[in-house]
Design a protein around this ligand. Structure first.
Ligand SMILES: *Cc1c(COP(=O)(O)O)cnc(C)c1O
Length: 398
């Protein structure tokens, strides 16, 4: 099929929930993808922080092929070898002791919210409130939507699940004022992704943890977007040295295959017992085999090191553009999640469209922040190529 044919088919048969660009991507390799008409693009979106190892990484492809020939699915009525092995890799490399697997970020957050409630219910404590941040994003299912501190995602789906309260991000006093004896958990993205790549002060998470401790509330990190190497460490919280009680993962966890995970300490995880929570596909052999290959590649092949180096280089280069173009307000980020905020009145969406026309995929969050989330394996040459295209577009902005 051609781009035009795929687009016609989508418009006729697929629910109209996405504002899509008019191309159909049919193939990917490393940091490049190709559309149905054979045109190549340099990809700085990585399937939205999913393909952290690049498209079709050979280790992930080999693991999927081998597992597909052995066992694609079996239910959680039985033990699953790849699931227990992926849980071992995740817990041995994090604060956590136990992992629960599901299939997406929203589901991982649902599991985290349910675990926090169950933990206090088992203790006989009437704690139901979950505090989340303004400009946060936690997913589109109803509990995750209630947790998401952005009205635009919630509009039309009310009444929302009760007992969610929002406070400004990077503001410890505001959080302190909001917690009370009914607070079960504070849920937070260590760096906000969809909300505009918002990086907190170095001391912020320490302050959050202290507030939680004092209030007897659990701390949940949503690392669905910034986990799995994105910030230059396996998990973003390592940058701040403050461990949570619960953490959620998804996007980059299995090299492109759908997966979600909720990690927790033994003490908290023990609130779930057989029958408490479940997922038919959660932790299935295919997804967890891909996850094992992805995490082993990330830890074994210099990927994190490249992320830090390439991230530092990209950040410096974007800062240079900022000093050149007055309409660039701020560059912020960590590792290879970097946002470039544009001045009021500059249409980020138009810049993204023009880049697409020139063979470059980037995206825009919160209307005015260009987001750069290339694969963590991106090279200096590819960053230079991206910058060349981007500057060509920026130079024409009026
Ligand atoms: C993408 C994202 C989610 C939702 O993940 P889905 O897999 O789309 O359900 C949740 N939290 C954060 C921080 C995200 O970036």
């Amino acid at each position: 099929m051609t781009n035009r044919e795929v687009i016609a088919l989508t418009e006729k048969h697929v629910a109209n929930t996405y504002g899509r660009f008019p191309v159909a991507i049919v193939r990917g390799q490393g940091r490049r993808v190709w559309d149905a008409d054979g045109r190549a693009y340099l990809d700085f979106t990585s399937g939205l922080a999913v393909c952290n190892l690049g498209h079709c990484h050979p280790n992930v492809v080999a693991a999927i092929k081998a597992q597909a020939e052995k066992l694609i699915h079996i239910s959680n009525l039985y033990h699953i070898e790849t699931q227990s092995e992926l849980a071992r890799l995740l817990t041995e490399n994090s604060f956590a002791d136990k992992a629960f697997f599901c299939n997406s970020g929203a589901e991982a957050n649902e599991a985290a919210i349910k675990l926090a409630r169950k933990y206090f219910s088992n203790k006989g404590e009437g704690r139901f409130q979950v505090i989340t941040m303004e400009k946060s994003f936690h997913g589109r299912t109803l509990a995750a939507l209630a947790a998401t501190g952005q009205k635009k995602f919630q509009a039309g789906f009310e009444p929302l699940l009760e007992k969610f309260t929002y406070v400004p991000f990077n503001d410890v006093p505001a959080l302190k004022a909001a917690v009370n004896g009914q607070t079960a958990a504070v849920m937070i993205e260590p760096i906000q992704g969809e909300g505009g790549v918002n990086v907190p002060s170095d001391e912020y998470l320490k302050g959050v943890k202290e507030v939680c401790k004092k209030a007897g509330a659990l701390l949940i990190y949503d690392e669905v977007q910034v986990g799995m190497g994105r910030t230059g460490t396996l998990f973003a919280y390592e940058n701040y040295n403050v461990a949570p009680d619960i953490m959620t993962l998804a996007k980059g966890l299995a090299g492109g295959v759908a997966i979600g995970a909720m990690l927790a300490t033994d003490e908290v995880a023990a609130a779930f017992t057989p029958g408490s929570h479940a997922s038919t596909f959660g932790g299935n052999p295919l997804a967890t085999a891909a996850g094992i290959a992805a995490i082993k590649t990330m830890l074994g092949e210099n990927v994190l090191d490249n992320c830090r180096k390439s991230g530092g280089y990209l950040f410096r280069k974007l800062e240079e553009l900022k000093s050149k173009y007055h309409f660039i307000k701020e560059v912020r980020g960590k590792g290879l999640i970097i946002g470039m905020e544009l001045a009021e009145g500059i249409k980020g969406g138009d810049i993204v469209k023009e880049c697409l026309g020139k063979g470059l995929l980037i995206n825009c969050v919160g209307d005015k922040t260009l987001r750069f989330i290339p694969a963590l394996t991106v090279t200096t040459e590819e960053i230079d190529e991206m910058l060349g295209t981007l500057e060509g577009v920026l130079a024409g902005v009026k």
